[in-house]
Design a protein around this ligand. Structure first.
Ligand SMILES: NC(=O)c1ccc[n+]([C@@H]2O[C@H](COP(=O)([O-])OP(=O)(O)OC[C@H]3O[C@@H](n4cnc5c(N)ncnc54)[C@H](OP(=O)(O)O)[C@@H]3O)[C@@H](O)[C@H]2O)c1
Length: 270
């Protein structure tokens, strides 16, 4: 029997992209899933894409960076499925622009989405996850291994997840829950994926069709592997693994390598 059979997962930000792919992979492995996203039409389209397994899928529309909404998401999942085995904190948005050109509001927006969007569902789900001795997995990015040019709010907000994960693992060790962190590399994106521009407005990212990226399925399979093995930390892509290894031992060398390759960060396309 699959490890995921009849286990219940909430995936925040799962109306498209990596979150939806994780949801599909979980359902294919026997799990029951609660989808989430702010835009109701997008969320319904995601739910419809799983209509052949409709009885195993529910959806809750709302912004999980808002405490009351995150509480309502957890309550809706408990009402529908009766328990929570996995919370996957997938919500996240990226930014573009060097610090000198940024409106400070970009930092606020990114911390609101990427930090509060993980913290609110985590606090709300903890009592239920303690009961099932389940998992809370935080989706981070290679931008959190070393701060990258043009991506400071994104790097800083994703780096914060590490602090939350480290504290949570120690605090919850006695409750035997699994808390994990996954550093995802450059991945294929939906055509209308947005990021926050230097002035705080929303911009649509350039296509990655010509770039070497991981597929959504590769990333979601890695997520399921981490849940199944209950591992602490995983870093995706060979480049990401080298980066993490060098950063741990020789951070100044990593800085030198980035400085030599600055042209590759023009679009900051992480
Ligand atoms: N794509 C990459 O190359 C890459 C690389 C490294 C890490 N990551 C990380 O992987 C995660 C997913 O990335 P992605 O590329 O799949 O993103 P995406 O295509 O932009 O999808 C984000 C999803 O989250 C929802 N969402 C955003 N903010 C939300 C909020 N506050 N509350 C509820 N739902 C919200 C969006 O729907 P609505 O807008 O309708 O709410 C959408 O369903 C992010 O944490 C990202 O930082 C991505």
């Amino acid at each position: 029997m699959s490890y995921f059979q009849n286990k219940v997962a909430i995936i925040t930000g799962s109306s498209r992209g990596i979150g939806l792919s994780i949801a599909k992979e979980l359902v294919a492995n026997g799990a029951l899933v609660m989808l989430n996203g702010r835009d109701e039409n997008r969320l319904h389209a995601a739910q419809n894409s799983l209509s052949d397994v409709a009885d195993r899928v529910a959806a809750f529309a709302g912004d999980v960076a808002i405490e009351e909404t995150a509480n309502a998401l957890i309550a809706a999942c408990l009402e529908r499925f009766g328990k929570i085995d996995f919370l996957i904190n997938n919500v996240g948005v990226s930014s573009r622009g060097n610090i000198g050109a940024l409106s400070p509001s970009v930092f606020r927006l990114l911390f609101e989405s990427n930090v509060m969007g993980s913290v609110c569902p985590t606090i709300a789900a903890l009592p239920s996850i303690r009961q099932t001795k389940g998992s809370i997995l935080f989706i981070s990015s290679l931008v959190a291994v070393h701060g990258l040019p043009g991506l400071a709010p994104y790097s800083a907000s994703k780096m914060s997840l590490r602090g939350i994960v480290e504290s949570l693992r120690i605090e919850e060790a006695k409750n035997h829950i699994h808390v994990g962190l996954i550093y995802v590399g450059m991945t294929e994106i939906v055509t209308d994926k947005e990021a926050i521009a230097a002035d705080g407005s929303t911009t649509v990212l350039a296509s990655r069709a010509d770039k070497k990226v991981q597929s959504l399925q590769e990333v979601s399979k890695a997520v399921l592997k981490q849940l199944r093995k209950r591992t602490y930390r995983s870093v995706l892509t060979p480049l990401g693994k080298i980066n993490a290894f060098l950063q741990a031992l020789f951070p100044l060398l990593v800085e030198k390598i980035i400085l030599k390759n600055l042209h590759k960060f023009d679009e900051g396309n992480k």
